[in-house]
Write a protein that binds this ligand. Structure first.
Ligand code: ADP
Length: 159
């Protein structure tokens, strides 16, 4: 069975990769789907996020990294996929993730959201925290892969 793990990945972190590795063990194929449209102001462009995700996921054989625009349920249908993976961290994710999953059910009854919980050490890791840490020149090596650290440093230096 195939699953889609959609998100902004701005940037991809070890928390996302932890969820991706778990999903890759559960499903025959997982599409890491990098969203073009988001309600947030993106730090990295779609092309940058796509390249960062491809590099980060290259060691996992049954992963495909693709970008998408529009509704994730439409993207799922185009790919003959009925499973969406989302990560659940602390309680703070719950409201948002539940409303997103319910909206997707409303849009498409036959597509299910599967929630995966990360390992404890990634429970409080978020892309927004990483961006702040990078801006403040904090140590990043425990949270994101080396190529993402490089991209973050370049972005901070470039203003
Ligand atoms: P969004 O899709 O809301 O823009 P992200 O791209 O950051 O958010 O994350 C995609 C999915 O991965 C979401 O379900 C989010 O809750 C989950 N996620 C993000 N960071 C982690 C983490 N450290 N551990 C587990 N799941 C995570």
């Amino acid at each position: 069975m195939k699953a889609i793990y959609p998100g902004t990945f701005d940037p991809i972190t070890f928390g996302h990769l932890n969820i991706l590795e778990k999903a890759a063990k559960m499903f025959d194929e997982v599409i890491l789907a990098v969203a073009d449209y988001t309600a947030k102001q993106n730090y990295f462009t779609l092309e940058e996020r796509l390249e960062q995700c491809k590099e980060a996921a290259k060691g996992i054989p049954n992963i495909k990294v693709i970008s998408f625009s529009g509704l994730v349920v439409d993207f799922a249908r185009q790919n003959n996929c009925r499973i969406l993976i989302r990560g659940l961290r602390a309680v703070s994710d719950f409201e948002y993730e539940l409303s997103l999953a319910l909206t997707n059910i409303k849009l498409s009854e036959d597509i299910e959201t599967v929630f995966l919980v990360p390992s404890l050490r990634y429970m409080y890791l978020s892309s927004s925290m990483i961006r702040q840490l990078a801006e403040l020149d904090g140590e990043l090596k425990d949270f994101v892969p080396p190529h993402v650290i490089k991209a973050l440093k370049e972005r901070v230096r470039g203003g």
